[in-house]
Each structure stands twice: as C-alpha cells, then as structure tokens.
Design a protein around this ligand. Sequence first.
Ligand SMILES: NC(=O)c1ccc[n+]([C@@H]2O[C@H](COP(=O)([O-])OP(=O)(O)OC[C@H]3O[C@@H](n4cnc5c(N)ncnc54)[C@H](OP(=O)(O)O)[C@@H]3O)[C@@H](O)[C@H]2O)c1
Length: 349
Amino acid sequence: MSFDKQQNQQTNRQIKLASRPNGVPTADNFDMATSDIPTPKDNEMLLRTVYLSLDPYMRGRMSDAKSYADPLEVGDVIMGGTVAQVVESNIDNFAVGDLVVSNSGWQDYSVSDGEGVLKLDKNMSNPSYGLGVLGMPGFTGYMGLTDIGKPQKGETLVVAAATGPVGATVGQVGNQHGLHTVGVAGGKEKCDFAVNELGFDICIDHKADDFAEQLKAACPDGIDIYYENVGGKVFDAVMPLLNDHARIPVCGLVSQYNATDLPHGKDRLGMLMGLILSQRLTVRGFIIFEEYGDHFPEFLETMSKWVESGEVKTKEHITDGLDNAPDAFVSMLNGDNFGKTVIKVSDVK
Ligand SMILES: NC(=O)c1ccc[n+]([C@@H]2O[C@H](COP(=O)([O-])OP(=O)(O)OC[C@H]3O[C@@H](n4cnc5c(N)ncnc54)[C@H](OP(=O)(O)O)[C@@H]3O)[C@@H](O)[C@H]2O)c1
C-alpha cells in the first residue's frame, strides 16, 4: 500500500520495525505501512497524532540486547511519545478535541485506555513542549541533576549534548543552583547557543582536536558533577578532572548507541574502578519514570513557570511529515539535530 505524505481520515499510516539495525539504522530497518483506523471500545479513546517525539533511547528498543525494557519485536509499530488529539472518546475524563501527551508511537491513529496519558492545557502555546522541556527529557535533566547530582553553590558541572532537551535543562537548572556550568556540544553554532541563550558559563566543542585540553582549562577547580549523556571521548576527558566525592548521574551513552563493538583503545575499566574507589565517586544510573514518576506533577508545575517567565529557554528541531521520521531519527543520533527533535505529523484541529 502507498504511504501518503499527509495524514488523512480514512487510513492509519504506521512505521514499523522491519529488521533490527546493525550499527546506524538504515531505510531497510523501517517498514512504511498503512492499516485501518482502529475503533475504540468501552473505556477507550481514539487518538490522532499531532507531534511525534524522537528520542535516543528508541535505538535501544530496536535492538534485542538485554535492557531495562523489552525490545520491540520485528513487525511492531515503533514506539514513541506523542502529542495527540482525542478524536473519539468512551472515557469520562477525556473529551473530543482534548490535547494529550500519549505513547501512540510512529503512527497517525492509536487507541488508548487513558493509562499514562496526560492532558495538556488546550490553550498551551507550544503543545510540542510536552515532549521536551515540559516532558520526559526536561524531567530527566531536572531530576538527575537535583537528586543524584546534588548541586552545591560554586561547584563545577559538566554536561554534554548541551543544546539537546536533557542537557539544556541540566545546564539551566545548574545555573539556578549557582554552579559553574560547562557545556559540551558538537560545533561552534551549538556552543554559541549554549552560552548566549542557555546561559552556560562556557561550552566546549567535542569535535575540536584539543577538546581534552580545552575542557581542563574550563574546569580549573576540577569537576564535581558530570551529568553523563554521551560517554565515549567526552567521558575519557572528564575522568582525570573528577574531584573527590564527585557525582555522576548516568543518564545516557548516546555515543555508543550505534556501536557494534567495544570502544577502541586501552581498556579503561581498571582505571575507572580505581577512580571510583580513590575519589569516592557516586556513579548512579537511572531510568526516569521508573525512579521518579511520582515527582512529575511537581516538576511540571515548577518548570512550566520557568518556561513561561523565560527563566528556562528551549529550542526545538521540528521536521514536517511522519514519512521523515526514520531520517530525522538517524540524524539525531548523529548529532545533526539542534534542539529537541520533533516530527510534526499534523495540525491541531
Ligand atoms: N535515563 C533516562 O531515563 C533518560 C531519559 C531521557 C534521555 N536520556 C538520555 O539522555 C541523553 C540526551 O538525550 P536528549 O533527548 O537530550 O538527546 P539530544 O541531545 O537531543 O540528541 C543526542 C545528542 O547527542 C550528541 N551526540 C551524539 N553522538 C555523540 C558523540 N559521539 N559524542 C558526543 N555527543 C554526541 C549530539 O549532540 P552534539 O552535536 O551537541 O554532540 C546529539 O544531538 C541521551 O543519552 C538519552 O538516551 C535518558
């Protein structure tokens, strides 16, 4: 069946996992399919996708390696966070026209029983923020920094992917705690944005040949909090700069998501374990909603005020068209996004 460029009211366009990627995903890993629009039963509603969130963690779900969540099966619709509009409702709390944050995945229409679905203010000026600064990534940055990073005024924070939705939140919340904020990002344009718009004290381009030296110079008092988003050579440069009792919230390792092999070079495990011991580091991984789900309402209330007042700024990278989701996803993993990656699937009606 053909895959229309536009959403319609007769069919449900779906993007499915056609095969598991080996390394960087390719077009062959995605199947553009069309099916009937599903019908909601009692206590269910029909949702129409407006915005689709593309997040790095999805790469993990496409593979069948052991993880905290079950992988997608080949043939499944690719999952993902969405802003959607209620088209039909058999649930008391949801009415036709409501805007919600749901997990509808890479498709135009889905049926939901309302579990885990969050209603958005209908007058919200930017509903897509519900997928970024006011949604899962913003919440991740906020909780990881405050609860695991335990920021103390005057300390030094380093975070990479600094202009993405997680890193940008970490940096701006770090500024509110009076930290010396050091961003790491790919390229001059992103670094300038991190400093001039997001308020980082300094931002270092990880593509620079002398990245490690620049990072050292940016952290004259060492590093107290390294918010880990990327791993790889950024972590290699961070390791020698870590202070006693430094905290490392391990949020993600995006530099490794497409890797097919262990990193090249010397085995750093012994060195890392030695550092954890001698420097008495706290290294803690976390999966946001599993650890902190109960805190989401308080986060949303606080962050909504900050976004409204301009205290916290955000940037989105919006691409039109569900059919462009696979390319946009690969680009994001490669660092070609500049801000929160969102697909605009259709208009709010
Ligand atoms: N634990 C959780 O519950 C949880 C929840 C949400 C997100 N996360 C994780 O948080 C991290 C950030 O997510 P996000 O949504 O904010 O992503 P993002 O910043 O929008 O996109 C990923 C960014 O990673 C950077 N990157 C890619 N390859 C890199 C490399 N080899 N070295 C250094 N940087 C590289 C790129 O930015 P530059 O061009 O600036 O380098 C790219 O734009 C990811 O690791 C994600 O998996 C975890």
